[in-house]
Write a protein that binds this ligand. Structure first.
Ligand SMILES: NC(=O)c1ccc[n+]([C@@H]2O[C@H](COP(=O)([O-])OP(=O)(O)OC[C@H]3O[C@@H](n4cnc5c(N)ncnc54)[C@H](OP(=O)(O)O)[C@@H]3O)[C@@H](O)[C@H]2O)c1
Length: 228
């Protein structure tokens, strides 16, 4: 799948390098060309570099790594996003905004979708630390790594889920509508609570799942309790 990286900082470089290594054609975009060129040279595998608009034109899926959500502030021609699948992996500023739950009233991806109504915005990868992309896809699969996804466009979600599978993540679909996008962004605060305040660093990872049905022959049924 042709990938355009919008912003080639920490996450743009980490995700783009891994996707290039997996055989996806990648163009790194940045407002400073040398940043995109540096990421492309680390990636190899035919990856190229340009400005963000060049990356947006190239990609079928665009990895949106900048918090700026107004395409008019990023592209001379915002119609470059028409019909594109835009994977938004952004979180708010943790130090400044986590206590306010800024996503309660509008998620970053919601705003991005409003400002780019012809794009197909999918939230994903915002709970994945950049260090994770130095772990092989096979090792991530074996560890049961998951990424949450949210968004309204089923086709775009299918594309993003396929990319996530290549990277080693099972996609956990939080659903459609604002609540799903806000929930995904809230989980971005949870992972950083674990990483930063909890001291787990880049090895922290969120997965949700179910365990086998318990047999309860040892501990018995749950008794009434005031503790929750
Ligand atoms: N790092 C992680 O482990 C991680 C994990 C999950 C999610 N995230 C989220 O991913 C996003 C990116 O984080 P990061 O660590 O990659 O940050 P970063 O290294 O600072 O990269 C941000 C990129 O956005 C560019 N940028 C910022 N404002 C821009 C604008 N107005 N127009 C064009 N380009 C602009 C920056 O360009 P300049 O360098 O020219 O300023 C830089 O290339 C954040 O929202 C973060 O919360 C990060």
């Amino acid at each position: 799948m042709k990938i355009g990286i919008i912003g080639s900082g920490n996450m743009g470089r980490a995700v783009g390098v891994r996707l290039a290594q997996l055989g996806h054609p990648v163009t790194f975009g940045a407002r400073r060309l040398e940043q995109a060129q540096s990421a492309a040279s680390v990636a190899g595998h035919g990856a190229t570099a340009g400005d963000n608009e060049a990356a947006a034109r190239f990609g079928e899926v665009l990895v949106w790594t900048i918090r700026e959500t107004d395409p008019a502030a990023v592209f001379a021609d915002p119609s470059v996003l028409d019909g594109k699948t835009v994977l938004d992996l952004n979180n708010r500023n943790y130090a400044e905004e986590v206590k306010t739950g800024a996503w309660l009233t509008e998620a970053i991806a919601e705003r991005l979708q409003k400002t780019a109504p012809t794009a197909r915005v999918v939230k994903a990868l915002n709970t994945i630390a950049m260090e994770t992309f130095d772990t092989s896809a096979d090792a991530l699969r074996a560890a049961g790594a998951q990424s949450f996804i949210a968004g309204d466009d089923a086709e775009a979600k299918t594309k993003v889920a396929a990319l996530l599978a290549d990277l080693g993540f099972t996609a956990v679909d939080l659903g459609t509508g604002p609540a799903a996008l806000r929930a995904a962004e809230a989980l971005g605060d949870v992972i950083r609570l674990l990483m930063i305040d909890g001291g787990h660093g880049g090895r922290a990872h969120l997965t949700f799942g179910t365990l086998p049905v318990p047999d309860l022959s040892t501990i018995g049924e749950r008794a009434d309790s005031n503790y929750r």
